[in-house]
Design a binder for this molecule. Structure first.
Ligand SMILES: [Zn+2]
Length: 141
C-alpha cells in the first residue's frame, strides 16, 4: 500500500500557514475573485498605474458591483461604503469626461447605507449629487 498523504487543499500549495487556502478577495485591491491571492490585474499592475476616468484600481466601476454586493451580504457596510464612494467618484468622472450617464446604482446603494445608519441628510445629498451628475450629461450632449 502506498503511503497516504493528507490531501492538499486545491490551489493552496503556496498559501502561508494560517491563511485560508482559497482567498475570496484579491489581497491587493479587494475585488472578488474565484481563487488565488490576487486578481489577474493586480498580478500585472505596475505600481504607478493611474486610473482612467470611470475606473477604480484599474477596473471599470461596474466590475466592482459583485464585490459591493458581497460586502453588503456579509454585513460589512463600512467596507461597502468606502468602496462605493470611490465608485461614485469614478462614475462621476466618467460622466464628465465621456458624457455617459452616471450609474445611479452606486449613489442609491450609498444612500441606502446612509439610511441604515439614520443619516437621512446624507441620503438626500446623494440623491441630489446623482441628479446633478445626470443633468450635466444632458446639458452637454
Ligand atoms: Zn486585485
Amino acid at each position: 500500500m502506498a503511503v497516504q498523504h493528507s490531501p492538499l487543499p486545491l490551489g493552496g500549495e503556496r498559501s502561508q500557514p494560517g491563511m485560508a487556502p482559497l482567498a475570496r478577495c484579491c489581497r491587493r485591491c479587494g475585488i472578488i475573485i474565484g481563487f488565488g491571492d490576487r486578481c489577474d490585474f493586480c498580478l500585472r499592475r505596475p505600481a504607478d498605474h493611474e486610473d482612467a476616468p470611470g475606473q477604480h484600481l484599474g477596473r471599470h466601476h461596474t466590475e466592482w458591483i459583485p464585490t459591493v454586493e458581497a460586502l453588503i451580504a456579509d454585513g460589512d457596510l463600512d467596507a461597502a461604503e468606502f468602496l462605493l464612494w470611490r465608485l461614485v467618484e469614478a462614475t462621476e468622472a466618467e460622466a464628465r469626461v465621456a458624457q455617459v450617464p452616471p450609474l445611479e446604482q452606486h449613489f442609491r446603494r450609498l444612500g441606502w447605507i446612509a439610511r441604515q445608519r439614520g443619516d437621512e441628510a446624507l441620503a438626500t445629498q446623494l440623491r441630489k449629487r446623482s441628479e446633478k451628475s445626470k443633468a450635466s450629461v444632458r446639458e452637454a450632449s
